[in-house]
Design a protein around this ligand. Structure first.
Ligand SMILES: *[C@@H]1O[C@H](CO)[C@@H](O)[C@H](O)[C@H]1NC(C)=O
Ligand SMILES: *[C@@H]1O[C@H](CO)[C@@H](O)[C@H](O)[C@H]1NC(C)=O
Ligand SMILES: *[C@@H]1O[C@H](CO)[C@@H](O)[C@H](O)[C@H]1NC(C)=O
Ligand SMILES: *[C@@H]1O[C@H](CO)[C@@H](O)[C@H](O)[C@H]1NC(C)=O
Length: 306
């Protein structure tokens, strides 16, 4: 009897410890998870109005356009894993948002318009005010399109070197995406895994599948931005985390590209024997891409192509 009192006290204090220390952790984690907030998603035909800002070379443009065309193309791509399988996960958010849908409707993405602004019409720094004008310029007279601005490597885009490496949002009903080329300005933040990251020693790098670090970084961030735009166009769709650093479709899985990833390591990818580049997705015209993990809202985990 004598020893049972301290023992039960010990057990009690152990549970108290669990309660006090672990419960808040669990609930904090939960509220940070990417969940649905009942607002509209984008679906059906998603038309893009693309504006190339600054000197962006034709090879870069063509790689980005091939990526866009690969999203909805599974028959013309002979090898797995395919870009279109990655897109299917983005499409699958619809059945989580609307339980009465048995199957996720297709989301067909097309670049219906392209504009070149290769003379830097509003200078080499884009901030909130000038961006609004560019978004308008991209989408002007083409209603119901998503304005997509790609900026050259000598353009500074406000906030695009931050944690997420892209901007997306809506000005009124006009949805937009901005992706810069990080190769000069912030490669250690936004060009990993093709460039050494800040946490140097830890970061294992890969050669870019296209052979160009800027191009493949832009594709990673455009893919992320597009997934976030479809699933959270007006900041009322799928997100979690803190308001200044929302965790959306792909940012919830930042730094993950394949199974077995940990900070500084992409996880499993393939190596292209032609270029030596790391990739995880096949697209049209034999193109190979490295695509980020997507948050799978059905089982709350990061989904990767490999
Ligand atoms: C895909 O293949 C079909 C039939 O082979 C062809 O008609 C179509 O143009 C191809 N599409 C693309 C985007 O290459
Ligand atoms: C959910 O899907 C059903 C079946 O297609 C449709 O009738 C309904 O309008 C959708 N609900 C919302 C909120 O979109
Ligand atoms: C998207 O563009 C196509 C033409 O390529 C057009 O037929 C369709 O209506 C457009 N969709 C929307 C939602 O505007
Ligand atoms: C989540 O679902 C996907 C398929 O939709 C599956 O591949 C994956 O293993 C699942 N993850 C977990 C943690 O259950």
């Amino acid at each position: 009897m004598e020893s049972s009192l301290p023992k039960s006290l010990l057990v009690l204090s152990f549970f108290l410890f669990l309660f006090v220390h672990l419960l808040p952790l669990c609930s904090a984690k939960k509220s940070l998870l990417t969940t649905y907030h009942k607002g509209p998603l984008l679906t059906g035909d998603v038309n893009l109005s693309v504006l190339w800002y600054g000197q962006i070379n034709p090879i870069q443009k063509s790689a980005i356009k091939t990526f866009i065309q690969s999203l909805n193309n599974d028959h013309n791509v002979s090898f797995e894993p395919r870009v279109s399988s990655w897109w299917n996960i983005v499409e699958s958010y619809q059945t989580v948002a609307n339980k009465s849908l048995k199957k996720s409707p297709k989301i067909t993405v097309k670049a219906v318009k392209e504009i070149d602004d290769d003379k830097y019409s509003i200078g080499k720094v884009l901030n909130d005010d000038s961006l609004a004008g560019l978004v308008q310029k991209a989408s002007g007279r083409t209603p119901n399109t998503v304005a997509v601005i790609f900026a050259a490597n000598d353009v500074t885009v406000k906030d695009s070197c931050s944690e997420w490496c892209f901007l997306h949002g809506a000005i009124g009903k006009q949805v937009y995406i901005v992706v810069g080329n990080p190769e000069n300005e912030c490669p250690s933040t936004c060009a990993w895994p093709f460039h050494r990251s800040e946490n140097g020693a830890l970061g294992l790098t890969l050669d870019p599948p296209s052979g160009d670090e800027g191009t493949d970084s832009m594709i990673v961030h455009f893919a992320s931005a597009l997934a976030a735009t479809i699933t959270n166009p007006y900041e009322t769709g799928f997100f979690g985390g803190l308001s200044d650093k929302p965790l959306e479709a792909t940012t919830a899985c930042k730094g993950v590209f394949g199974t077995g990833a940990f900070p500084g390591y992409t996880g499993k990818v393939r190596v292209d024997p032609r270029s030596g580049g790391g990739f995880n997705a096949h697209g049209l015209n034999n193109a190979r891409f490295l695509l980020p993990a997507v948050w799978n809202p059905k089982n709350s985990s990061c989904w990767t192509l490999m």
